[in-house]
Design a protein around this ligand. Sequence first.
Ligand SMILES: Cc1cc2nc3c(=O)[nH]c(=O)nc-3n(C[C@H](O)[C@H](O)[C@H](O)COP(=O)(O)O)c2cc1C
Length: 223
Amino acid sequence: MRVVHGAQPVILGISGSERPGGNTDLALDHTATLVEGRGGVFRRINLRDHRISPCSPCGDCNSRTSPCAVQDDMPAIVEQMKQADGIVYAVPVHGFGLAHLMQIFIERAGVGFLRFDRPLANKVGGIIVTGRRYSDGSVHHQLVDNLLLNRMILVGSGFPALLRNATGKPGLYDTEGLDALDRMVNRMIDMTLLLRSVSAEGGGDLLPLDDRNERVQRQRSAS
Ligand SMILES: Cc1cc2nc3c(=O)[nH]c(=O)nc-3n(C[C@H](O)[C@H](O)[C@H](O)COP(=O)(O)O)c2cc1C
């Protein structure tokens, strides 16, 4: 594979954990080590450090064609997502579902920003779920659907990166989960390099802009 000279893959990790130094943070620390070991740049957003309003009853985004106007940290976060080659969503299971910081983020990002032109199209996506053991697969599934909705590229890498820890103390004790995480990150980097080499060779836009907004397509097929 030809690597584009001077182009370091940029991977952005987004953590939906409330707990500094907890299992999810440790998983992203490990991810950073792997990405940097492959010559990439790892950036991190801890959602707990940002002001993100939940979607409100305004319903404005159902008719507007431009991003959400609520003033908070979302536009800057979406901008960082646009600048990455790959994005890893890392989240704990809470109450058998996505921990609330990530749920709020996914809702706002999706309906408030990403639905208009799918700016994450063709970025490589990865998912890490930390939990005790209950419903981590459902949470993973929810994030897979979200990546696919955004036309991201989910790279087959083996088993999903589900990191279990039933001890109550933060730690990466799940060797099978860690193995899956290592494979996922390495395959994400491989795919990023492949995509960069294709576009350096004149691969052009792999997904045209007018194929990104399903509302426009619905209007077209209704007319
Ligand atoms: C409020 C709360 C709810 C939780 N619910 C679940 C659950 O439904 N299933 C599960 O397997 N673990 C559950 N856990 C355990 C966490 O998912 C697990 O400890 C996770 O790795 C914590 O990540 P953190 O250290 O980044 O906070 C819950 C923990 C908390 C605090």
